[in-house]
Design a binder for this molecule. Structure first.
Ligand code: F6P
Length: 561
């Protein structure tokens, strides 16, 4: 038992959620909802949008286009109460070691705790350290912007290359892209994550070593992809600048591992620290966000933190029935566990959010892609869905066919900014119209009667009409949420990301899993280390026949080169 854990909370931990009366009530309720069509629900209730939408600041969550009624929501709220969602959130905010397999608190909320209320970990308030790193980051970013931080040969920095992977890449990259319209004019931003050398090689092509700053971002500073990329970047730099002393002007590190940074050869004076209570996929708010701060400036970064903190307060304070992250989570549970959806699409109608689906993939799938509960028992309901997506309108011309007429229900989150930062003819009106049209079409569908009338209007009749008719029918009744914001600014982006973080927290709490570890990534890493030696000419090791044959073929063809 970890500090602060009570026997009462352990008892809740050990309850199989599917055996609770709240879950059973939803299962029973599902039978009455199975044949309900949302068309009829909308037709029967002019207040449906008001009833099933929530706002917080400029952010509106419309979840009315889901197959729900007031009775569904009542039961879902009961489910949230049954797992004591508020108590669980409180334990996170208080810094209890809720990541039980790693015996750590989970305190990304401290990184954006702009009200600065003390948050003790092991009896020590973490806020002074959090604030001190923010000040160092801001000083550094300002020095780069002002041209006070110069490269080794006295040139100002023009290119930033963030080297990191997973949470040390996806969050910063997503945010830098999302806030592209706010980017500091003298810097271009690059992100290298893949150990595939093509990414590093292509990124470095065209960069001037004398004006390039590398941020090596790794919580552990042991991740092989990142260490390999960082070593190649250093070699590239030294090949041009020809003095080891140049590293200190062109490399900074972001990590929890001071020794690792030192061993790599980066002066720890150029290291921005964070802490083991920050999960990788929750780390963009920490010094891992240095590239974001460089891109949008300290004030932009602070506004991002402000927005996230605002959502934290909402999540903490708002009642279950008026709580946006809880609503989003409960709708997701309803769609996945009761209506049978096994994936979840995130479709931002904003090209700047093109990395949001990838970011949310890690956030959601690494957090809740688990098959055992916190106490190690097999789960008895499906946990995290497959998360995927692409920006609209592009997706409409690619995979929306399946969303409208395929056999698998895919709940969707549409994300839309009412206002654009780019005034370009009718583009934004068209974007908005398309987004709203898609959720309407998915919900309403088109009946055979409507399709027939349309075909007749087009002059079709007889066999030709009958043959085409089934292809023209849209079943509708396909669930979606729409998240509407005023515009994509740092504070709103902060709110949006925190909304999803807390959604994932709530769902993990309901499924009873530990949303903050990721043991499932280890096995592949172990085996890759073993195979690497064989690929590079080492002795053959025992494998299954498929893997052995593939290794042998690669090795044999390598020898022929
Ligand atoms: O392998 C998965 C993972 O540990 C992620 O959870 C993490 O975000 C990523 O690797 C990168 O880790 P690090 O920041 O320690 O390099």
């Amino acid at each position: 038992m970890t500090a602060g854990t009570t026997w009462a909370s352990l008892a809740v931990d050990m309850t199989d959620i599917t055996t609770t009366p709240a879950w059973q009530a939803l299962a029973d309720h599902h039978t009455t909802m199975a044949s309900v069509h949302m068309r009829d629900l909308f037709a029967g209730d002019p207040e449906r949008f008001t009833r099933f939408s929530l706002t917080h600041g400029d952010l509106l969550l419309d979840f009315s286009k889901n197959r729900i009624t007031a009775a569904t929501m009542d039961r879902l709220h009961d489910l949230a109460r049954a797992i004591d969602v508020k108590g669980r959130a409180e334990r996170m905010f208080r810094g209890e070691a809720i990541n039980t397999t790693e015996n750590r608190p989970v305190l990304h909320v401290a990184l954006r705790n702009r009200s600065n209320t003390p948050i003790p970990v092991g009896g020590v308030d973490v806020m002074p350290a959090v604030n001190a790193v923010l000040v160092r980051m801001a000083d550094f970013a300002t020095a780069v912007h002002d041209g006070r931080w110069l490269g080794y040969t006295g040139h100002p920095i023009a290119h930033i290359v963030n080297i990191g992977i997973g949470g040390s890449d996806l969050g910063p990259q997503m945010a830098v892209e999302a806030l592209a319209h706010r980017r500091h004019p003298s810097l271009d931003m690059h992100f290298v994550s893949n150990v595939d050398g093509s990414q590093m090689a292509r990124t470095l092509t065209g960069l001037d070593p004398a004006r390039t700053l590398f941020i090596v971002a790794s919580k552990t500073f042991t991740t092989e992809e990142t260490m390999t990329n960082a070593a190649s970047a250093r070699a590239w730099l030294l090949a041009a600048l020809k003095d080891d002393a140049a590293v200190a002007r062109h490399f900074v590190a972001v990590s929890t591992n001071t020794r690792g940074v030192n061993d790599f050869g980066i002066d720890t004076a150029n290291m921005f620290e964070f802490w083991d209570w920050v999960g990788g996929r929750y780390s963009l708010w920490s010094a891992i966000g240095l590239s974001i701060m460089l891109a949008v400036g300290p004030n932009g970064f602070f506004a991002l933190l402000d927005g996230a903190h605002d959502m934290d307060r909402h999540f903490h304070d708002a009642p279950i029935e008026r709580n946006l992250p809880i609503a989003l989570a409960l709708i997701g549970i309803w769609n996945a566990n009761f209506l049978g959806a096994d994936s979840h699409a995130v479709i931002p109608y904003d090209q700047r959010l093109h990395r949001l689906p990838a970011f949310l993939q890690q956030l959601d799938m690494e957090s809740n892609g688990k098959s055992v509960t916190r106490d190690g028992a097999a789960v008895s309901a499906h946990t995290g869905p497959i998360v995927w997506g692409e920006p609209g309108t592009n997706g409409q011309h690619a995979f929306f066919q399946l969303l409208h007429q395929g056999t698998r229900p895919v709940p969707i989150d549409f994300i839309l900014a009412r206002e654009s930062d780019y005034r370009l003819g009718r583009h934004h009106s068209m974007l908005v119209a398309n987004c709203l049209a898609q959720s309407e079409a998915l919900m309403m569908g088109k009946t055979a009667t409507e399709a027939r009338a349309e075909l007749e209007r087009d002059g079709l009749a007889g066999t030709a009409l009958e043959r085409l008719l089934p292809h023209k029918v849209f079943p509708g009744n396909r669930p979606s949420n729409t998240i509407l914001i005023d515009r994509l600014d740092p504070a709103t982006l902060g709110r949006l990301i925190a909304l999803y973080e807390h959604k994932v927290f709530v769902q993990g709490a309901i499924w009873g899993v530990n949303s903050f570890d990721q043991w499932g990534v280890e096995l592949g890493k172990q085996l890759a280390r073993r195979i690497l030696g064989e690929i590079e000419g080492g002795p053959a090791l025992p494998h299954d026949s498929s893997t052995a044959a593939l290794i042998a073929r690669v090795a044999a063809r390598n020898r022929q080169r």
